[in-house]
Design a protein around this ligand. Structure first.
Ligand code: SF4
Length: 303
């Protein structure tokens, strides 16, 4: 099957995302030649909704042409675990050459024995390991029950989160709270937002609410890895494309991946839309799907 690859110039619209904070999106838009014009239009509209302003056509690369069909890469519950930006092998210090011209960065051990959230926080310290330290006010570590059965992972702090030091407190955060509290109440599941744990892929606010860059996600993702391995929840719910990409190294779009169980390090992982995407008024279908995804997660974890 021939494949056309579109490269997106990713420029986030501030007017849409200004105070909301994290909104996941992909930097590469792919389309098969078998897509109908209607499917292609819907795909492009979806990326426009995620804040991608310009798209250029380029020939498919050799690696894209040689790729396994997408259906084989992830087929739901029984799919093999995908690799992740959050690497699992290092048991000792890791050295990362920073792309921003900084000297080599030394990360603490990725999987220290008897790790705790407090120790991870201490290891982060007044972190300056990536360029996101430059404009941040606060490091936004995470919030919620430290032995939660369910962890939500978003993209990164926005302005409100940066000011308060708590993830998901802006408009998107309020929507997430409503989604958790209301869905649980309707489904007869006795939990509220405080009973889950919520954190982000990167702990510092990207300037102008841009998406975190791969090197930033790789560096800060080490701390997310440790958080998840320390909490060991029964399930993880990734909110948006950036969290999905950090946890699953996939080229598939979020519309294909959401709603089906995947696995991260043996832990069931559900991917759904980011609440900031759902705040757009015309996303009624996405809202319905996100509520369905959340119901699935809550029943799996708490029934
Ligand atoms: S985003 Fe993460 S790695 Fe980068 S400076 Fe902040 S805490 Fe450190």
């Amino acid at each position: 099957m021939s494949r056309r690859t579109f490269t997106a110039d990713v420029t986030r619209k501030q007017s849409n995302c200004g105070e909301i904070g994290d909104a996941g999106y992909a930097s590469t838009v792919e389309a098969d030649a078998t897509m109908t014009p209607q499917q292609l239009r819907e795909r492009l509209e979806f990326y426009r909704d995620l804040g991608i302003d310009a798209i250029y056509l380029r020939p498919a690369t050799a690696s894209a042409q040689g790729e396994a069909p997408v259906a084989e890469a992830h087929s739901g519950k029984d799919a093999p675990e995908a690799s992740s930006l959050l690497t699992a092998s290092a048991a000792s210090e890791k050295r990362v050459a920073a792309a921003s011209g900084r000297s080599e960065i030394v990360l603490p051990a990725l999987a220290p024995e008897a790790d705790t959230l407090l120790k991870i926080k201490q290891d982060i310290g007044e972190c300056r390991r990536c360029r996101l330290c430059e404009a941040r006010k606060t490091i936004v570590f995470g919030v919620g029950d430290e032995s939660a059965k369910l962890v939500f992972v978003g993209e990164g702090p926005g302005a409100d989160e940066d000011a308060q030091g708590i993830p998901f407190v802006g408009r998107a955060g309020q929507l997430l709270t409503q989604m958790i509290d209301n869905t649980a109440a309707k489904e007869g599941i006795p939990i509220r937002r405080d009973d889950v744990y919520i954190c982000n892929v990167v702990k510092c606010r990207p300037p102008e609410n841009r998406a975190p860059q791969p090197d930033e996600m790789e560096i800060c993702g080490q701390f997310l890895y440790r958080q998840l391995m320390t909490i060991k929840p029964k399930a993880i719910c990734a909110l948006g494309a950036t969290a999905m990409k950090a946890l699953l190294n996939t080229k598939l779009g979020i519309t294909k991946m959401r709603g089906e169980w995947q696995k991260w390090n043996g832990i069931p992982l559900m991917i759904t839309y980011h609440p900031s995407y759902l705040l757009r008024q015309y996303n009624q279908e996405a809202k319905r799907q996100a509520w369905e995804d959340l119901k699935k997660v809550l029943h799996y974890v708490y029934d």
